[in-house]
Write a protein that binds this ligand. Sequence first.
Ligand code: FE2
Length: 264
Amino acid sequence: MLIAQLSDMHVRPRGQLYRGVADSNRGLSEAIDHLHGLDRRPDLVLLSGDLVDEGHSDEYAMALELLSALTIPYLVVPGNHDRRENFRAAFPGHTYLPAHGPLHYCVDDHAVRLVVLDSCLPGQHHGHIDAAGLSWLQSTLAADPHKPTIVVMHHPPFVSGIACLDEYRLKDTAPLERVIRAQSNIEAVLCGHVHRAMARRWAGTVVLTCPSTATEICLTLSPGAAPQSCLGPTACLLHLWSAEHGLVSHTSHIGQYEGPYAFI
Ligand SMILES: [Fe+2]
């Protein structure tokens, strides 16, 4: 099974740029073309939050128009730039989304079970999983303690070292860590939010973050560094699962580069 992960698309109304500089709508279209051009077609695409930039209906309309070009089934995950009710209303055909409350859900139609947590607090940019979310996660994971499972949430549960990101990280992670650590079948926790690829050992599994299709947050590791973004190169993650070899996650850069050349 091959799962493609796109993240932080930050789609804007038609003709408008993200933060006045990035053509995020084109970024999503290029990412879709990239997935269609892969030598192996993904079985599923995971959109791991911040589908749009301000959560407005006209942005969701634009996102849906762009996503209508995607020929691969996709799952949507909310991010801090999404607005929960506009998000829910934008995807009426996505019946895995609950009709009320936080957008937690489980999709168990594939070789790997996908358990998605809504880590967003309406009106806030940092993340949090409340007691009800933890309880839902615990019972959902306990329902099948053996099937390979991927947990997905927008906010990564660790301190990155990039100060401007860490201000808006997932808070109060200890109870979540205990719930995840209690299971031995969590192949990975997949996140977005940080507009960069990062990896960290956590709760007995691995956390991976996906680059954005819109911008890359600059790698600034000094404590007082100002928040900065760059335009490209953009990328997505490709998670290749097999029962024999487990889950292997690849970064796939979007865009045209020289090559390929014969390697051997
Ligand atoms: Fe984002």
